[in-house]
Design a protein around this ligand. Structure first.
Ligand code: ADP
Ligand code: ADP
Ligand code: ZN
Length: 210
């Protein structure tokens, strides 16, 4: 059966990395609000122009903008297709909105401590074309500065500077952490230790999904 899966966890916990692998493995659609917002910023759309300042400061983009953006995307999912939500919901209001549209079968919480997060994000490199992510030390691309998957140049996100990362962690604790209890109380939560080698974590992720 096709499932709807929400990826929870602080910034840098591996949602993008694991979500990408899971989406390839299961053939599910992956919806990443961060990727959608960065594309909107690059294209200078009205949404992008409004979202940019929030993102640069490491704060959350207002709920009404995110909910508006996701409503359409969720509505356009083919019925019965499994979906992986990466970076959404990030607030209880967003989770309530998602729950009105679809049933969340599984909320996978990747547990990673703050010190590790800072090391991960300050050395993260991202592909602006296909959204693949790398780490200069832990998961380097095969060719320096180039994406393994599509060959495009990698870049460092503006919000992956240490000071902004610290703010994102604070915002995560205030706004997003309550979602752990939210999905726990619905009996949908599985927490996975998100530290260690990427393939080992993926094995645990797959097990939770099966
Ligand atoms: P990370 O992968 O590091 O967790 P994302 O790429 O998911 O970060 O998000 C980057 C930024 O985009 C966030 O810091 C926030 O400003 C904005 N953003 C992404 N998703 C949401 C959301 N669901 N609600 C509000 N803001 C969001
Ligand atoms: P998120 O989407 O939750 O912000 P990412 O998947 O983008 O997280 O991962 C953040 C950074 O950490 C990236 O540079 C990625 O290559 C790296 N990373 C992901 N998983 C691991 C892991 N298990 N061990 C070490 N580094 C990792
Ligand atoms: Zn790429």
């Amino acid at each position: 059966m096709k499932a709807n899966i929400v990826l929870l966890g602080p910034p840098g916990s591996g949602k993008g990395t694991q979500g990408e692998m899971l989406s390839e493995e299961l053939g599910y659609a992956k919806l990443s609000t961060g990727d959608m917002l960065r594309e909107a910023v690059r294209n200078k759309t009205p949404l992008g122009l409004e979202a940019k300042a929030y993102m640069d400061g490491g704060g959350l983009v207002p709920n009404d903008l995110i909910i508006g953006l996701m409503k359409e995307k969720i509505a356009s999912l083919a019925p019965g297709t499994g979906a992986i939500f990466d970076g959404f919901p990030r607030t209880v209001e967003q989770a309530d909105s998602l729950g009105e549209q679809i049933d969340v079968d599984l909320a996978l919480n990747l547990d990673v401590a703050d010190g590790e997060i800072v090391k991960r994000l300050t050395f993260r490199r991202s592909c602006s074309k296909c959204n693949a992510v790398y780490h200069l030390e832990y998961n380097p691309p095969k060719r320096d500065g180039l994406c393994d998957k599509c060959g495009s140049a990698l870049y460092q996100r503006d919000d992956d500077m240490e000071e902004t990362v610290r703010n994102r962690l604070k915002v995560y604790r205030e706004k997003t952490l309550p979602l752990i209890e939210y999905y726990e109380s619905k009996g949908r939560l599985v927490t996975i230790e998100g530290v260690g080698d990427i393939a080992g974590i993926f094995a645990k992720v797959k097990k939770a999904v099966e």
